[in-house]
Ligand binder design. Structure first.
Ligand code: UFG
Length: 321
């Protein structure tokens, strides 16, 4: 059985659905602090907290777990600067608890949700896996620390992992059963869609004076379903004896904030009011990843390789909210 830690969240719940469709048996472990119980429509649900190591031990005792996927993390970059302890306790210490129980139970296959935020300000675009990792905020630093710990565990304990560095996760389940529902919401696409349905008055563009073609930040948007497929490929890679590795997961194409807004306007056929404001601190102008390595080694190919299809799935889900 596969343990999906944080499987009630945005990406973890897609993972749970995909694994079940492909015939895997899953257990979702989540404390529901940010996750949604109603997103866990497949597999077994076990409520528990990684901060309480006995909760983890209980689940490992109860089920024959073969591999673990770990999605449970706080992801607000700005909050990580204001309250780093919250991030280090959850994203770092609690991950150590999980790894401790895995080793106690001799479970040695791990797929870890890492992030392009471990690279910091890019020195070259597209970013490859060997780009220097100099994160510029506690969120990115915590994720990098886990990657380093995993590397040490892998060398010492015959433990094998795949670390997946996501670019901008976006889009929703094409069947609209589950999707993006953060509280609070800070991500660009759901905020634009909120403006489209009139839940917000407008969408603010954070900075129009960047050194980019239209002055707004450029990001690499990757569909959650493509992320989930990459995890399944990573799991199979480990099952087949693959050595510990790390991979970028992105589309390899950059879209500016203005392009995202224009595409959303076209798809929703709604008038979306745009307000230009100052830059948000800590935003690099361009983040675009090369996922050549994942394509070659994992034989992964993103299906949603254009912005329109990503926003379309997000819109179909969002308008039902
Ligand atoms: N943006 C706006 N207006 C908004 C919200 C966002 O203009 O109301 C802009 C941001 O400035 C950024 C782009 O839209 O340029 C995308 O912003 P998101 O907040 O959606 O995503 P980020 O690129 O900031 O964050 C993502 C992940 C984080 C990860 C980070 C790495 O969501 O988990 O990339 O830098 F840490």
């Amino acid at each position: 059985m596969i343990l999906i830690v944080g499987g009630a969240g945005y990406i973890g719940s897609q993972m749970n659905k995909r694994l079940n469709i492909q015939g895997y048996e899953t257990i979702v472990f989540d404390n529901l602090s940010y996750g949604h119980r109603e997103f866990v429509k497949w597999g077994i649900f076990e409520r528990g907290d990684l901060g309480n190591i006995e909760d983890i031990r209980r689940v490992f005792k109860k089920y024959p777990i073969e591999a673990v996927m770990h999605f449970a993390a706080f992801t607000y970059v700005g909050e990580s600067v204001e309250n780093p302890q919250k991030y280090y306790l959850n994203n770092l210490r609690n991950t150590l608890n999980l790894l401790e129980v895995m080793l106690e139970n001799d479970v040695k296959q791990f797929v870890f949700s890492s992030t392009c935020a471990t690279y910091g300000n890019p020195q070259e675009i597209p970013i490859t896996e060997d780009h220097p990792q100099n994160p510029i905020n506690p969120y990115g630093r915590g994720k990098l620390m886990v990657e380093q710990i995993l590397s040490d565990y892998s060398a010492a304990y015959n433990f094998r992992y795949v670390s997946l560095r996501y670019f901008n996760a976006s889009g929703a389940d094409p069947d609209s059963e589950i999707g993006e529902l953060h509280q609070p919401e800070t991500h660009l696409i759901p905020l634009i869609l909120d403006a489209a349905i009139g839940k917000r008055e407008n969408i603010q563009i954070f900075g129009t004076d960047y050194d980019t073609p239209d002055g707004t930040c450029v990001r690499d948007y990757i569909h959650v379903l493509d992320l989930a497929e990459a995890h399944i490929k990573a799991l199979k890679y480990l099952e087949n004896g693959g050595k510990s590795e790390m991979f970028n997961l992105g589309n390899g194409n950059g879209f500016s904030v203005r392009e995202v807004i224009e595409t959303a306007q076209r798809i929703t056929s709604k008038e979306i009011k745009v307000v230009e404001v100052d830059r948000r601190p800590g935003d690099p102008p361009v983040l675009v990843g090369s996922s050549k390595k994942a394509r070659e080694v994992l034989d992964w190919e993103p299906e949603y390789n254009d912005l329109s299809s990503i926003i379309e799935t997000a819109w179909n889900w969002h308008k039902k909210l």
